[in-house]
Ligand binder design. Structure first.
Ligand SMILES: NC(=O)c1ccc[n+]([C@@H]2O[C@H](COP(=O)([O-])OP(=O)(O)OC[C@H]3O[C@@H](n4cnc5c(N)ncnc54)[C@H](O)[C@@H]3O)[C@@H](O)[C@H]2O)c1
Ligand SMILES: N[C@@H](CCO)C(=O)O
Ligand code: NA
Length: 430
């Protein structure tokens, strides 16, 4: 090993992920030093309550409630607090002082990534956030580095473990959404406020990050169309199973070609996948991300998207890589927004849809309903009708149609006297 001075590491947060990062750094210090070429000195761990119970026992003398003091003088700040403030301000202070930053905070990177990256660029520092998407799965680095010479056309993935766990339990055990969420929370997958998971906010943050990286375009979180899983019913699960399909919450980031040039779309919503689709085999809280690039073709990244030690793996990978640059020198790398492609409105996105509805059970209703589809230029691919007691359950599958046209069909259906209720709308993936 050369004689490079030790690097001062400040760790903010000792929760599920932070306590594991601290444990591994302390347990494997010699190995990290060998890999980096300099000792990594954990100078302190910023916590809220020194006496709180932790997942891993940590040396009391390292714990401090003075987070601002800890950040000052650090070479690398590892932020594992979660939330926007005080994480944002602490990291901006760290960057202003020339420190590098590692974070797992997808909410922060999605909402304030450009602000952090700009602050880093001013001083030549780095911001690394591999753990923010797909937990342990290497996905940020592949998009930023390995695929830097290719043109990515689509990123589609299961990026929220909690909702995947819930939908999986609804399919495999007939669990209710509420029961499955309670289990996911007990297992430590869910966010502190699980609304972020089940309403799709967490996945939307990840979609923002993935789309921005994949397409070299700033994609604000507010531009990501978002639907969670609270509208997914037992009946929809049963319906999907009857068709040999599985419901999953996915993030889709696409480059949409058009006459006026390419545009970018990022969205999060449930989809119905054939049971044979590779993403259908992603069970429990696992994550998987499909990347399609022009030259590389299809790539799939699979692994643990949540969990303390798993996420710590990605955090420590970033830490080692940043620490190596300190020792070896050379420029840092960062994503770019040079392409700056326009964003496509959600209405322009095209998909096959399946609409289930309850209609009056009388002759001519099917033709009337089908007519509403054709009036909006939506072509019906399949129709199934189950007669009921005075009303009939109708399931119509469409050919690929824009979201705007489907929205118009739904409006017309809702206004139609013979349509009692729209039971569900789900997008189909082939
Ligand atoms: N847990 C996972 O599986 C996972 C996976 C990927 C990313 N992440 C991200 O990693 C980050 C940490 O997640 P976690 O699961 O460890 O959360 P956590 O809630 O278990 O830990 C956060 C810790 O930070 C502390 N904290 C928060 N604000 C503080 C403040 N102002 N001062 C001092 N301490 C403060 C909390 O007391 C808590 O101990 C989050 O950004 C999360 O989104 C977590
Ligand atoms: N709540 C998140 C944690 C990992 O980001 C999930 O369920 O995937
Ligand atoms: Na990752």
């Amino acid at each position: 090993m050369n004689s490079y001075r030790s690097l001062r590491i400040a760790l903010l947060g000792a929760g599920s992920v932070g306590s594991q990062v601290a444990r591994l750094l302390l347990e494997q210090g010699d190995e990290f030093a060998a890999r980096v070429g300099a000792p990594l000195e954990l100078v302190g761990i910023g916590v809220r309550d020194i006496d709180a119970k932790r997942d891993a026992p940590l040396p009391r003398e390292l714990l401090t409630t003075d987070l601002a003091g800890l950040v000052a003088g650090a070479d690398i700040v590892v932020e594992l607090l979660g939330g926007i403030e005080p994480a944002r301000s602490l990291l901006l202070d760290a960057l202003a002082a020339g420190a590098d930053v590692v974070t797992a905070n997808k909410a922060l990177v999605a909402a304030h990534g450009p602000e952090l990256f700009d602050a880093a660029e001013i001083v030549g520092a780095q911001v690394a956030y591999e753990a923010a998407v797909g937990g342990a799965i290497p996905i940020i680095r592949p998009l930023e580095h390995s695929l830097a010479g290719d043109r990515v056309t689509r990123v589609m993935g299961i990026v929220n473990g909690t909702t995947n766990f819930i939908l999986d339990r609804m399919h495999t055990e007939g669990s209710s959404l509420a029961d499955a969420l309670a289990t996911a929370t007990e297992l430590g997958y869910a966010e502190a406020d699980p609304t972020a998971d089940i309403e799709g906010y967490d996945a939307a943050s990840k979609a923002t990050i993935l789309a921005s990286l994949a397409f070299h375009t700033e994609v604000p979180a507010t531009e990501v169309h978002r639907e969670g899983i609270t509208g997914v019913t037992d009946a929809m699960v049963a319906q999907a199973e009857r068709s040999g399909r599985v419901l999953k919450l996915v993030a889709i980031c696409e480059r949409l070609p058009g006459d006026a040039g390419d545009r970018v779309s990022a969205r999060v919503h449930p989809v119905s996948l054939p049971a044979t689709h590779p993403l259908a085999a992603v069970h429990e809280a696992m994550n998987a991300i499909f990347v399609t690039a022009e030259a590389a073709g299809d790539l799939m990244f699979y692994g643990a998207g949540a969990g303390g030690p798993e996420t710590a793996s990605a955090v420590l990978g970033d830490l080692v890589s940043i620490a190596r640059r300190h020792v070896a020198g050379g420029p840092g790398t960062a994503g770019s927004t040079h392409a700056n492609l326009p964003l496509a409105p959600f209405g322009d996105v095209v998909a096959r849809h399946e609409l289930a509805m309850s209609v009056t059970d009388r002759p001519g209703v099917l033709a009337a309903v089908a007519g509403l589809f054709s009036e909006q230029g939506v072509s019906v691919e399949s129709v199934r009708q189950d007669p009921g007691d005075g009303s009939a359950a109708l399931v119509l599958g469409t050919h690929a149609a824009s979201e705007a046209r489907i929205a118009a069909v739904l409006e017309a259906l809702e206004a139609h006297d013979d349509v009692e209720r729209i039971d569900s709308v789900i997008r189909l993936i082939d």
